[in-house]
Design a protein around this ligand. Structure first.
Ligand code: NAD
Ligand code: TYD
Length: 339
């Protein structure tokens, strides 16, 4: 089986590449990635020499490059992780989110139509459902929850989802979609909550908590997400959407306090800053469908996963140190300077 994995130099995509090469040693995995600020070739170093792996630097919006790769590799499956993924950046500059997340998805699916494919899988997010109130813990996102987005990021992901389902209905493209909750684990880019807080706490720098810190996210260890996608591309039903999440809701402030405790740092580092515009209050996935239909269950408990993740950042400074110097400094100053 030949699988094109787009965005495989990013956080979840790289974990998926590692998972697939290990779980299916007879598969060929081709990673297509533009290497934006969020893509890091050093992440893929451990598999660069694997004869079943190929890396290609290209933009998913580049029709010619995508077409050429499909011609060369004749993929059976395409798994699309490539995206602009950070909500705060989408508030600063929505356009690149529309280009990559929507146009890029259409370019990939057009190539799938042209060359024929067994499966196109779209990696989506629970953020397409909008948010839930904090005072209704009985409510969860199911696959039937209406799309109701809050940020340019989630709107671009929702636009892509609608396009994917339209390509299935109109052109008969064999698609599946997974909508997962917040991931955490190794190789998470340090602009996102968990790695940002770990690295800043290690440096005894202030920890910027948005608003009242009570916003809730439903955290899933990245390996569990990768296993869910592996199951969906093999056993999922064409045309279906699968929610992925592990009933692991945590308020942001509790995560930040947990990280401080694990690192033996003071809670005095916590600094409440201006809230994110349009900030979603609570995400919570109902994973009943993927459990009942495909037998998926998360394997890593948050208490274990967060300790493993903190340890990974402690052990892998060589990965994140080059990232947080240079351009990243300018980003931090621009985004947090006047908060
Ligand atoms: P990431 O930002 O860490 O990685 C994105 C990758 O895509 C990078 O390697 C980047 O270079 C690449 N990329 C960006 N634009 C590209 C383009 N035009 N052409 C080719 N490659 C391009 O993102 P992530 O957190 O790993 O998320 C991966 C996918 O999973 C995204 O589609 C995201 O919406 C979805 N998702 C993420 C989470 C989460 O918690 N991180 C949760 C649910 C769903
Ligand atoms: P993030 O990791 O950006 O993921 P998402 O917005 O896609 O859920 O943020 C997770 C939560 O943490 C979200 O409620 C915003 C909050 N947050 C902070 O409080 N401070 C920060 O510096 C960041 C990056 C996020």
């Amino acid at each position: 089986m030949n699988i094109i994995v787009t965005g495989g130099a990013g956080f979840i995509g790289s974990n998926f590449v590692f998972h697939m090469l290990k779980a299916h040693p007879d598969y060929r995995i081709i990673c297509l990635d533009k290497l934006t600020y969020a893509g890091n070739l050093s992440t893929l170093e451990p598999v660069m020499d694997n004869p079943n792996f190929r890396f290609v630097k290209a933009d998913i919006c580049d029709k010619e490059a995508v077409d050429k790769l499909f011609e060369e590799e004749k993929p059976d499956v395409v798994v699309n992780f490539a995206a602009e993924s950070h909500v705060d950046r989408s508030i600063e500059n929505p356009q690149v989110f529309l280009e990559t997340n929507i146009i890029g998805t259409s370019v990939l699916m057009d190539a799938c139509r042209k060359h024929g494919i067994k499966r196109y899988h779209q990696v989506s997010t629970d953020e397409v459902y909008g948010d839930l109130p904090l005072d209704r813990p009985d409510l969860f996102f199911t696959e039937q929850t209406p799309i109701h987005t809050s940020s340019p990021y989630s709107s671009s992901k929702a636009g892509a989802d609608l396009l994917v389902l339209a390509y299935h209905r109109t052109f008969g493209l064999p698609v599946t979609i997974s909508r997962c909750s917040n991931n955490y684990g190794p190789y998470h880019f340090p602009e996102k909550l968990i790695p940002l807080m770990i690295i800043r706490a290690l440096h005894d720098e202030s920890l910027p908590v948005y608003g009242d810190g009570l916003n809730v996210r439903d955290w899933l260890y990245v390996e569990d997400h990768c296993k869910a996608i592996d199951l969906i591309i093999h056993k999922g039903k064409v045309g279906e959407v699968y929610n992925v999440g592990g009933h692991n809701e945590m308020a942001n402030i509790d995560i930040v306090k947990l990280i401080l405790k694990e690192l033996g740092k003071s809670e005095d580092l916590i600094t409440y800053v201006t809230d994110r515009a349009g900030h979603d209050r609570r995400y919570a996935i109902d994973p009943t469908k993927i459990h009942n239909d495909l037998g998926w269950l998360p394997e890593t408990k948050f208490a274990d996963g967060i300790v493993k993740t903190i340890k990974w950042y402690l052990d892998n400074e060589a990965w994140w140190q080059p990232i947080i110097s240079g351009e990243y400094q300018n980003y931090y100053e621009k985004m947090y300077g006047d908060k």
